[in-house]
Write a new protein. Structure first.
Length: 206
């Protein structure tokens, strides 16, 4: 019955609509002269306050959202989110490993606190009240649509199979003003409560 339910979820995944902008995405800074910086602003407009900067050779900058006209991208700087002019960013694509999950993927949740990171083909799970544990990935099924980051994940869990659904969505961690473009629902065992959290395409130090 559990296998049948998982297969039904995969079928629903393939049929679900996909966002046209295919975010989040990783970008490299381009077109900024050496010695200059790319400003991160509080709002998507050139007159907004500067809250940070990116080096002219910065790479792997995660854009989690765009403004309505698609000219500015939202990124994180420290514990807050800001905006950069997309004229100076060049998409590098999301790197996918052989388990079909984004390389560098890291997820976090609160109440309770937990983290999940993609490390060497396994998802390393860590809770506040226990040691880190590697959950071997059995399948990370995608939709077959290029650029679609949604994944249904089946893996070894804590006392039985674990499942997770990774999907693009505006998400906040509840502890900072950072913005995330990926969300996750996770069950670490068949009878475990469902955990909800936010994910990033790049490792986030906490």
């Amino acid at each position: 019955m559990r296998l049948a339910g998982f297969l039904l979820c995969l079928a629903a995944l393939a049929a679900a609509p996909v966002r046209a902008e295919m975010l989040p995405q990783l970008y490299d800074v381009a077109g900024v002269t050496a010695g200059d910086v790319l400003n991160i602003r509080a709002a998507p407009q050139a007159s907004a306050a500067i809250i940070g900067t990116l080096a002219p050779d910065a790479q792997g900058v995660e854009v989690v959202a765009q403004n309505a006209s698609g000219t500015w991208g939202q990124i994180n700087t420290g514990e807050t989110a800001g905006w950069v002019n997309l004229r100076y960013l060049e998409a590098r694509g999301v790197h996918i490993d052989n388990y079909n999950l984004p390389v560098g993927l890291s997820c976090y949740g609160t109440e309770p606190f937990w983290s999940l990171s993609n490390i060497n083909g396994a998802l390393q799970y860590e809770a506040m009240d226990g040691p880190a544990k590697a959950l071997d990935i059995w399948i990370a099924q995608d939709s077959g649509i290029a650029g679609d980051l949604r994944r249904m994940i089946l893996m070894a869990g804590l006392g039985g199979p674990a499942t997770a659904f990774l999907y693009p969505a505006a998400c906040t961690d509840g502890m900072s003003d950072r913005a995330f473009g990926l969300a996750i629902s996770l069950m670490t065992a068949p009878d475990a409560p469902m955990l909800s959290g936010c994910c990033s395409l790049t490792e986030q130090r906490r």
